[in-house]
Design a binder for this molecule. Structure first.
Ligand code: 3H9
Length: 708
């Protein structure tokens, strides 16, 4: 044993405790420690049964993903070798009880399944989330899970990667008992009870009773593969995991394990695993912000005041209520407030219909939102979020009157997507407490929040905003206060490029298809229609684009706005919407595009999907590099997190900057230089990109250099 694994014996039960903060990942030390502890408990005659439990907040959250990252990038030593330990656990002659709390994920659940019995506290979560990292379980999980819960349930768990709660695990047969009360004591009592039983100890690997008969197998496997293709679009691992699960039902245990191992190693070195592991650490990396340390104190936020009950304010109110935070929601008039509350109620009703919430849960959430006209009680809330129309004068007036009256530690956040935070902060007289919280619509659904740091924003204010984002279940990325912050700064060049492409001969549908084939959740024209063309036009004006008459200006967008084709909400935009939300290409728009392009002297030409992708995606990359140069984005990986969580960029490509790295920055720069020659200044290569290429480095290298 070692520091990571300790053993104590009490009344005949050996309690083996894993203590490897923060999440008891299966490091070589943990594996070695467990192995030694089992030997010691087996050899101790006073021990009748063994309980394995996690110290701190969790059981075992899985293999150490840092090791898997090394494996993905080429070092075979990164994968834990678990077979001997698992066999030893299962062959132990004393009952081994796994006592789970927090999360038993991936390798953690695989260890648990090699025990003879499993118990868990009611809120414990158990799952095989490996597919989210582009891999499959690699420690015999695909062979043991179906033996415990049946093949169908195992497919569902492994394909979705979603963990299940203790009650579900109990009814599925994954655990033997739910322990209410203190886990170590409850598990020890259970272990003594099992020790008093006669008969052979149950070994998962020997079980056959839950495996399907041969006749049922083809149907289950086809359904599993269909599920994987439908729900995990473009991902390799969810389909491959079904192959490994199939082996559990068709091969002897040892051969099934060998099959699993082959698939695991093949996927562990794949591009998707590299990208998804990058995305995992990129997301965790956003909490590391210069100037904010573990000692920076975040103010507790129990009550929030939201100004503006429109789409954004209402969505933010729902996000707060869902997280158990009480909200004062205000708007200028009773009518506006009533409309806002009615929309919130309608959205919750949809959630009930879809089975996401029960009516009682909705009532509980609605009760947390107190609608009011005026600012009564606002001086006492912990955080004010202003979500009114994008108008600087109005925002300054509100910030001046509300923020200046708040209690000393109250944070004032503005949900602007374009305006200068410092100018708003200056109106408050307490700029250190002012910050931007740029939510994405619908704010109760979208995971991303850009946390905009002003010049005077204090570390405590930042820490508070980061803690609130986490409490709301969002990914909060700290960005600098520049035009469009990071997300919109990158999006506009990307959007304009797609519009230029249709002027040159592509159609909106062709561009969108190329983008969705690449993996984007939606094409750019469909996104524009969803957000509203008038919204895009307003933001573009606010950002001051095309103030230089020499710049190429898109020809079509403003004509559509003038014609009232504002997108989905009007049933027409770039597309026609005969059914709500279903875009149909509209010949009228295509005729308009061709005629405006002809007037501007543009000859239509055939445009390849490759050109579409390069011009769209490399526009993101080049502007991303400029955002890094300008310091509004702290790390390339932050840009990746923003694009994956806020703009539908495929996680399995890691994000735009990671995509560029993997494509090869040399080639990326070459393409950008060619576009620069062909299309002019807007394609001037970012100096950072030129510098990285000259040094043979990548964005990932630059991030690492910044960290050290
Ligand atoms: C696997 O097991 C493969 C097997 O089949 C075996 C193959 C042979 N390793 O998310 P948080 C760190 S694949 C290393 O902010 P939360 C994380 O980086 C694995 N580090 O906390 C962060 O570090 P830092 C299957 C890990 O409370 C800190 O812990 N398992 C690991 O919001 C806190 O993380 C998974 O995929 C890890 N496994 O959520 C589970 N997990 O503070 C992945 C976490 O330095 N993990 N860290 O930035 C999660 O889903 C969440 O982290 C968890 C906690 C729910 C556990």
């Amino acid at each position: 044993m070692n520091q990571a694994v300790t053993l104590s014996v009490d009344q005949g039960v050996a309690l083996i405790r894993i203590d490897n903060p923060p999440v008891n990942a299966l490091s070589p030390e943990v594996i070695g420690g467990l192995d030694a502890a089992i030997d010691r408990a087996s050899g101790d005659d006073s021990v009748l049964a063994i309980v394995i439990i996690g110290a701190g907040r969790t059981f075992i959250a899985g293999a150490d993903i840092k090791g898997l990252e090394q494996l993905a990038w080429g070092s075979d030593s990164g994968a834990p070798e678990m077979h001997e330990l698992l066999q030893k656990l299962e062959d132990t002659r004393k009952p081994v009880v796994m006592a789970m709390h927090g999360t038993a994920l991936g390798g953690g659940l695989e260890v648990a399944m090699a025990g003879h019995y499993r118990v868990a506290v009611p809120d414990a979560l158990m799952g095989q989330p490996e597919v989210n990292l582009g891999i499959i379980p690699g420690a015999e999980g695909t062979q043991r899970l179906p033996r415990l819960v049946g093949l169908e349930k195992a497919i569902e768990m492994c394909v979705s990667g979603k963990p299940i709660k203790a009650a579900d695990a109990l009814s599925a047969g994954l655990i033997d008992r739910v322990i209410d009360g203190e886990l170590a004591a409850g598990a020890s009592a259970f272990a003594r009870e099992m020790a008093s039983r006669t008969g052979a100890l149950p070994k998962t690997r020997e079980r056959q009773d839950k495996l399907p008969p041969a006749s049922a197998l083809p149907g289950m496997l086809t359904a599993g593969r269909d599920l994987a293709r439908k729900t995990r679009r473009n991902l390799e691992a969810p389909v491959a995991v079904v192959d490994a699960l199939e082996a559990a039902a068709t091969l002897p245990f040892a051969e099934g394990c060998a099959r699993e191992r082959d698939i695991f190693f093949r996927l562990a070195k794949s591009e998707q695993a590299k990208a998804l592991i990058h995305a995992f650490f990129a997301e965790r990396g956003v909490s590391k912000v210069p100037g904010v340390s573990k000692d920076t104190v975040a103010a507790p936020v129990h009550r929030v005041g939201i100004i503006g009950a429109g789409t954004m304010g209402g969505g933010i109110a729902m996000a707060c209520a869902n997280a158990g935070i009480n909200v004062h929601l205000t708007d200028a008039s009773q009518e506006a407030l009533d409309r806002g509350i009615a929309t919130i109620r309608k959205n919750y009703d949809v959630s009930v219909k879809r089975g996401r919430f029960t009516p009682a849960q909705v009532d509980e959430r609605m009760a947390r939102i107190a609608p009011q006209v005026g600012y009564d009680g606002f001086s006492d809330v912990d955080l004010v979020i202003e979500a009114v129309f994008e108008n600087m004068a109005l925002k300054k007036q509100i910030a001046g009157s509300v923020a200046s009256q708040g209690k000393a530690d109250q944070v004032f956040a503005t949900n602007t997507s374009t305006l200068d935070i410092d100018e708003i902060a200056a109106a408050t007289g307490r700029a250190a407490k002012v910050i931007g919280l740029h939510f994405f619509s619908p704010a109760n659904v979208m995971r991303l929040v850009e946390i905009v740091r002003g010049n005077a924003t204090s570390p405590e204010t930042l820490a508070t905003a980061m803690a609130v984002a986490k409490k709301l279940g969002k990914v909060g990325v700290v960005v600098g206060n520049g035009p469009g912050f990071v997300g919109n700064r990158l999006m506009f060049p990307y959007m304009y490029e797609t519009q230029f492409l249709v002027e040159e001969g592509a159609t909106p549908a062709q561009v969108d298809r190329a983008l969705t084939d690449f993996g984007m959740a939606m094409g750019m024209f469909a996104v524009d229609d969803m957000a509203g063309l008038d919204v895009g036009a307003r933001v573009r004006t606010a950002l001051g684009h095309f103030s230089d008459p020499r710049e190429r200006r898109p020809l079509v967008h403003e004509r559509l706005v003038a014609a009232g084709r504002l997108g989905q909400k009007r049933g027409a935009g770039w597309y026609r919407y005969d059914e709500p939300r279903t875009p149909t290409p509209d010949p009228e728009v295509e005729t308009l595009i061709r005629s405006l392009a002809a007037d501007a002297g543009i000859e239509p030409r055939a445009i390849t999907d490759d050109e579409i992708l390069d011009r769209a995606i490399l526009a993101l990359v080049n502007e991303g590099a400029k955002a890094l140069e300008a310091g509004v984005a702290a790390r390339a990986s932050d840009i990746d997190v923003i694009y994956v969580n806020g703009y539908g960029f495929p996680g399995w490509r890691g994000g735009p900057m990671f995509y560029a790295d993997r494509r090869g920055l040399g080639e990326v720069l070459e393409r950008i230089r060619a576009f620069h020659r062909q299309h002019g200044e807007r394609w001037r290569p970012a100096a950072l990109l030129v510098d990285l290429v000259s040094r043979g480095a990548t964005f990932r290298d630059a991030d690492r250099a910044r960290r050290t």
